[in-house]
Write a protein that binds this ligand. Sequence first.
Ligand code: G3I
Length: 417
Amino acid sequence: MIPTAITLVLAALGATASPVEPRAADGLNTRAVAAGKQYFGSATDNGELTDSAYVAGLSNTADFGQITPGNSMKWDTIEPSRGTFNYANGDVIANLAAKNGQYLRCHTLVWYNQLPSWVTNGGFDNATLISILKNHITNEVTHYKGKCLHWDVVNEALNEDGTYRTNVFYNTIGPAYIPIAFAAAAAADPSAKLYYNDYNIEAAGAKSTGAQNIVKLVKAYGAKIDGVGMQAHLIVGSTGSESVSAWTTNMNAFTALGVDVAITELDIRTNTPATAAAVTQQAKDYATVIQGCKAVARCVGMTIWDYTDKYSWIPSVFSGQGAALPWDENLNKKAAVYDAMMSAWGTGTGTTPTATPTASVPASSTTTTAAPATSSAASGGTVPKWGQCGGIGWTGPTQCVAGTTCTKGNDYYSQCL
Ligand code: G3I
């Protein structure tokens, strides 16, 4: 047997080697867990998985206890043509998570982007698009049933001023497409935590308020929503929410509604090449985000949008910017950034959560899903508050419950408000 360095040292000390209990290596995930969170994780993508050094880093559960597929569970990949489902790439990521013992955040079911043209340009009427939406969600969520800790059910449904973003679902179905999506996801996998996910909702403001209204909307329909994902695609030194208290105040506005929050796509970009000053500031910014999450018991976890600049989406979208992640293009840790993140998580002696992050949400948010009255199959009689009462193609009831009025949202959607 070839002596190891340890046995040689022990021999020199006159001691004998004895089995030592394995200890979890120190890393971002182990520290996040020690701080009371469920995970610290990273997004990844299929094309990167041929890079064995990259995969080794991603699979290091000391740093990453969770992964998110960056692209392969989106509609254009999963259902590229109507009724044809392709799970090959998504399964690769799900299997990697299972093999590594990592949580899987599943991303995303309903998004205006990466949506195939058969959906956007199909010219479907209200009832048909609802049925397409439900079918897509039911099929995909059923396929991954039991594997997704979280589902990003609806992604980026808001404009910057907090109003609904127009997209084929909104234009055809109205805002009801959101609770309809949550209800369908809950029916297909009752144990997955269901999230609304968006960017620029990390600080208080109109868009954050809009996201809070989405939580209320889903609940008002009697559908289940468990959490809100704050993407956190930030800019060095100007995150708009530099202080820990700004983060916690905003997060608490969500948790007060009975939902969890998670940081779902964190990266902090700068001009490239990054200056030393920018890296110093970036380290502080990452630490601030961690401290904010750490201070809020229902901030359940944090995900960076890939872990290395080698595979970051930033340079291809923001010309001249990048260097947004804690690992550089050569897969080396940026010591200042990584160390600041480790320090921010602490060693488990920091803030003690007042409740476990996995605690079940209040009863009001776990009501079983009653299908909102939004399709032409809706029964006659009066329409409840928030329900659809009119619009092109609408053949359901039009009489609003007392105290509400049928209010036009757009040509395709009127709602009892
Ligand atoms: O797969 C094709 C490939 O066949 C083709 O050769 C290549 C040529 O450009 O494109 C490849 O598709 C690209 C895809 O990523 C997979 O790599 C698309 O062009 C590219 O637009 C797409 O970008 C993704 C982007 O979402 C699309 O909006 C990023 O990787 C992905 O990280 C990013 O993720 C989003 C979240 O889902 C939601 N929040 C914002 C975040 C960043 O934009």
